[in-house]
Write a protein that binds this ligand. Structure first.
Ligand SMILES: Cc1cc2nc3c(=O)[nH]c(=O)nc-3n(C[C@H](O)[C@H](O)[C@H](O)COP(=O)(O)O)c2cc1C
Length: 312
């Protein structure tokens, strides 16, 4: 079984990836949150810092590109190639209003003719320089049945891996994934497939075999790995319990590393709050301390609350 760490913009940047990879491991590939190239600039300095090889040592990282312009994609991919990357991922899933309004992410999916021309261009480029392009997609924009045509479209290209998040744009990240459409892909896709969506527990993974007749060989998970960082160990059968010693190490590493690159206190605390919005499910009965932690404005208040939660 292979596990890929999903990209979560604002959360799984290089600080989190390094901390996670050093403490937990067992992840075959990490996908970086998207870079959004423009005509003038293939990537901003912030985007470059996130994927710079020196900030990702020992991490098998795949950068992701969000655009509907093949020239911008190719310029960014060239730059990534000079940085040493051999695979890039195309984002066809982002549901955000501003992104979709520009015809990017999930907003590109209904433009099937433009999408085919775009794929023609980027795969001609990738074949010429021997670079892999994987695709992360939703089922469609308006209707999941758009997926039938999309599978045919992807089948015409050497998509190195097709990561399917079986939802449509208006689903955002809510509700049950439409797994029956992934089952369709298993039957009809010529591309190697990766399943993504709502794997939070070992049971969630095991249940997939009931729908697909066998467990997916490769999965991508995001919120599940953030919420319970021991999830990869559990899925691979190394443990059935959440390891709170490792959890504390992860917490402390991320917290201290953010302090090195951010100020004032509150900016670091915003970052930690976002993580705690996922982590709080691990700490039943600590609601009061979590409430204090979420309200903390200074490191001292935060640390006091974090210590109370993480003790034992
Ligand atoms: C806060 C947040 C940020 C995300 N950022 C990205 C991104 O940059 N690129 C991308 O392809 N998907 C992004 N996603 C989607 C995730 O990669 C993933 O497909 C989604 O969360 C479903 O998988 P999960 O149920 O395992 O979390 C984001 C999701 C969330 C909740």
């Amino acid at each position: 079984m292979k596990i890929y760490f999903a990209p979560l913009e604002g959360i799984t940047g290089y600080i989190f990836r390094n901390a996670y990879c050093g403490i937990y491991g067992h992840i075959e590939k990490y996908f970086a949150p998207f870079i959004s190239p423009s005509e003038k600039c293939p990537m901003t300095s912030r985007e470059r810092r996130d994927i710079a090889p020196e900030n990702n040592t020992g991490i098998n990282l795949v950068p992701q590109i969000l655009t509907s312009r093949s020239d911008c994609f190719i310029e960014a991919a060239k730059e990534l190639q000079t940085m040493g990357y051999r695979e890039v991922n195309l984002n066809l899933g982002c549901p955000s209003g501003t992104v979709c309004a520009k015809g990017k992410g999930a907003g590109f999916l209904p433009e099937t003719l433009a999408l085919q021309r775009f794929l023609d261009d980027i795969y001609a480029f990738s074949e010429s320089v021997n670079m892999k392009i994987s695709v992360k997609t939703r089922l469609g924009y308006y209707n999941p049945d758009e997926f039938y045509d999309l599978v045919d479209i992807f089948n015409a290209f050497p998509v190195s891996e097709l990561i399917v998040h079986p939802r449509i744009r208006s689903d955002f990240y809510k509700g049950e994934p439409r797994k029956e459409y992934y089952a369709y892909a298993l039957e009809h896709s010529k591309c190697p497939l990766v399943y993504n969506g709502n794997i939070f527990t070992r049971k969630d993974y095991d249940d997939l075999s009931g729908v697909f007749n066998s467990s997916p060989e490769t999965i991508m998970t995001g919120r599940g790995l953030i919420s319970d960082p021991s999830l990869a160990d559990k899925l691979k059968g190394f443990t059935s319990d959440t390891d709170f010693v490792k959890f504390r190490q992860l917490h402390d590493t991320v917290y201290h590393e953010y302090q090195k690159i951010m100020s004032p206190d509150i900016n670091v605390l915003y970052k930690m709050r976002e993580l705690w919005s996922y982590w709080q499910t691990l700490f039943d009965g600590k609601d009061r301390d979590i409430k204090h932690l979420m309200k903390a404005k200074k490191y001292a208040e935060y640390e006091e609350a974090a210590d109370r939660i993480l003790q034992n």
